[in-house]
Design a protein around this ligand. Sequence first.
Ligand code: GDP
Ligand code: GDP
Length: 435
Amino acid sequence: MLPVIALVGRPNVGKSTLFNRLTKSRDALVANYAGLTRDRKYGEADIDGHKLLLIDTGGISGGEEGIDAAMAEQSMLAIEEADIVLFLVDSRAGLTPADEMIAKRLRIRSKPTLLVANKVDGVNPDIALAPFYELGIGELFPTTATHGRGVRTLMQRVVEGLPEQAVEEEAEGATGIKIGIVGRPNVGKSTLVNRLLGEDRVVVYDEPGTTRDSVYINYERDEKPYTLIDTAGIRRRKNIKESVEKFSIVKTLQAVEDANVVVLVIDAREGLVDQDMHLMGSVIQAGRALVVALNKWDGLEAEHRDYVKAELERRLRFVDFADVHFISALHGTGVGHLYESIEAAYQSATDKLSTNHLTRILQWAVSEHQPPLVHGHRIKLRYAHAGGQNPPVIVIHGNQTEQVPSHYVRYLEKTFRKALELQGTPVKIEFRTGS
Ligand code: GDP
Ligand code: GDP
């Protein structure tokens, strides 16, 4: 499970600055789930190969009213969902009543918390930091988020403090393709999960093991093993009519990270809304294989169907590699066919790609359409090899590769995708200069 780190503190202490610094270093899966979660921002950081999910909370200052109170409530929710809390204070401003109030709330929750004294640039740390020890949080890490000073030490400590992960996953005994069922509230995830497991050809194993809130369900279909990651937590509810559990972005993003193939469920009656697009963006940025299920297709007017199809055409151009299914989870229509796309996407995402084959495709691509000149020198792309699976990573070696423009990267992506007949998975192109 992707560990969750929440950045907490009163406004203006440097939370977003730290968040941006930590997530920018890679293709950050930064998404602002406006509306659903108010001001919380989610992003992925990579600390020495440890992937972390960061939540930047809106900020708490105490005594909030109206919308601010709601925001503070969201910050507290983020704390609930976090493995480790980074509590930021401002070294220049000194200790404030708001800091004390936040510290109190954190102590009640007894979450592992690291105190981050930010903005230590231009202060005498011996004097400026002393008052913060009164907060009783324990370890204190001085940082300058704007320049990155102290951030590495802080994050190393974060990584050390994470719960053991690898062993746990082994014990869960997940087998076969891991399918994540994700989508906004009410799109029909629970109905789909029940439908998928209720099919004649399906044998559901053990009582599902739970990891945080998503439920992992092992089953077999036509004697092939699968694991369903159920973010709706249907199997935990005693009764399907029971009120739907709180939708959690953290839960969803963790399921995306942990899945091999994500089935993104969309409500055809509502059409594509921004939250669907955000989720889709997160799946792609995580590099996961994707199958899109347009649910509630039953009983729709022809006119509405045409409208939804046109919307898909227009807005899903960036995921044109993903199969789209029009289904009714309620009636079961089209549900079985999802497996064909899931299998194909998984195959594509995990195919072994030989250096020989990749290099031949690269050479062909370059001969068809040369990389541009940079300062009078032609960018040279020499050979390619596989650098990873799910998503397939294609590593291209050459000269001046840091200058390859994004349109050319897209051209290469497209060419590889076509030549390798990849279906349902994003492809990641990486460059290395020199041999
Ligand atoms: P947030 O409201 O907690 O998210 O705070 P921001 O990240 O927006 O930062 C508030 C202000 O403090 C911005 O103007 C930042 O540039 C500045 N800031 C953030 N970190 C530092 C730091 O380490 N040193 C200094 N001098 N300024 C900082
Ligand atoms: P979740 O929040 O994404 O898990 O959504 P649920 O599975 O709880 O479904 C939300 C509502 O949509 C329920 O009232 C379902 O009966 C209904 N629903 C789900 N799938 C379909 C479908 O294919 N067609 C129609 N008409 N309704 C559906």
